[in-house]
Design a protein around this ligand. Structure first.
Ligand code: DAK
Length: 259
């Protein structure tokens, strides 16, 4: 692939958007390659993904403005669908995805980070939804996911003013979980991913599904969703093994089997 790199480190897959000259802006080809990369992830062995951008300046500087500027209405809709499908695939991907935001995360870049389960960033990261200044609305879920993550008041302020925010402010409003020096970001992302990967994979997947599906439901339905996914764990070898190890005070547990 030309613009997306995929590397496996033990049980962690690292996806890098690699279009550094255009600050990793998302054109149709990047979106297609991301889609193919996600389809190719081996869910038997990979237990967590990291999404990052190439270089030290930008995570993703948004959708490709050059490509978008010439779109017809039909092409715009097709481009929007391509983006939304990939973003939704990431959001509902069976295993957790950590966004390691290594610089600009603007427009579609902020939006793709919000499709991931967890965001951590480097000190030079900049987040924003500049669309209103370009004559459009955020179109890859920004109006929906930002409001859910940081609350409607702060989301509206960011979107209406199209003002970018720096890493420290992103941390303060809860858009990212942690900020690291650039040269520590990937190591920290990998450490977090390894911490996730060592836990029972089916339980982790069920946690992701319970949180995501529950957030879209009212509390009565959400609790039923949780009960079902909790119950499903009792059909797994990993649940029996995990509890046995606790009861027998096993110090060096074997890796969970994903069964
Ligand atoms: N698209 C295309 N190229 C981009 C780009 C982008 N979003 N951002 C940067 N580049 C390119 C620049 O054109 C430049 O290319 P060359 O001139 O070297 O060929 C190169 O990357 C380096 O950028 P700069 O020279 O501008 O670098 P600076 O350090 O001076 O500035 C910057 C960095 C990130 C502040 C600046 O590049 C910038 O403001 N970039 C644009 C950021 C932005 O506005 N992004 C939001 C795009 S709107 C849709 C759904 C979603 C969307 C659209 C439709 N539908 C449902 C249909 C999403 C929209 C967006 O994301």
């Amino acid at each position: 692939m030309e613009f997306v790199l995929y590397e496996v480190k033990d049980a962690v897959g690292v996806i890098t958007i690699n279009r550094e000259k255009a600050l990793n802006a998302l054109n149709s080809q990047v979106l297609d390659e991301l889609n193919q990369t996600l389809d190719g992830v081996d869910l038997e062995t990979i237990r967590c993904l990291i999404l990052t951008g190439a270089g030290e300046k930008s995570f993703v500087a948004g959708a490709d403005i050059g490509e978008m500027s010439t779109l017809t209405k039909a092409e715009g809709e097709a481009f929007g669908k391509k983006g939304n499908d990939v973003f939704r695939k990431l959001e509902t991907f069976p295993i957790p995805v950590i966004a390691a935001v290594n610089g600009f995360a603007l427009g579609g870049g902020c939006e793709i980070s919000m499709s991931c389960d967890i965001r951590i960033c480097s000190e030079n990261a900049v987040f924003g939804q500049p669309e209103a200044g370009l004559g459009i609305t955020p179109g890859f879920g920004g109006t929906q996911r930002l409001a859910r993550l940081v609350g409607p008041g702060m989301a509206k302020q960011m979107i209406y003013t199209a003002r970018n925010i720096k890493a420290d402010e992103a941390l303060r409003i809860g858009l990212v979980n942690a900020v690291y020096p650039q040269d520590e970001l990937m190591a920290q992302a990998e450490k977090m991913a390894a911490g996730i990967a060592k836990n029972a994979p089916i339980a982790v997947r069920n946690c992701k599904k319970a949180i995501n599906d529950g957030l879209d439901a009212d509390m009565d339905e959400a609790i039923v969703i949780e009960e079902k996914l909790f119950g499903d764990c009792f059909e797994t070898e990993d649940q029996r093994y995990g509890m046995k190890c606790f009861l027998e005070k096993v110090k060096d547990k074997e890796p969970f089997k994903n069964k």
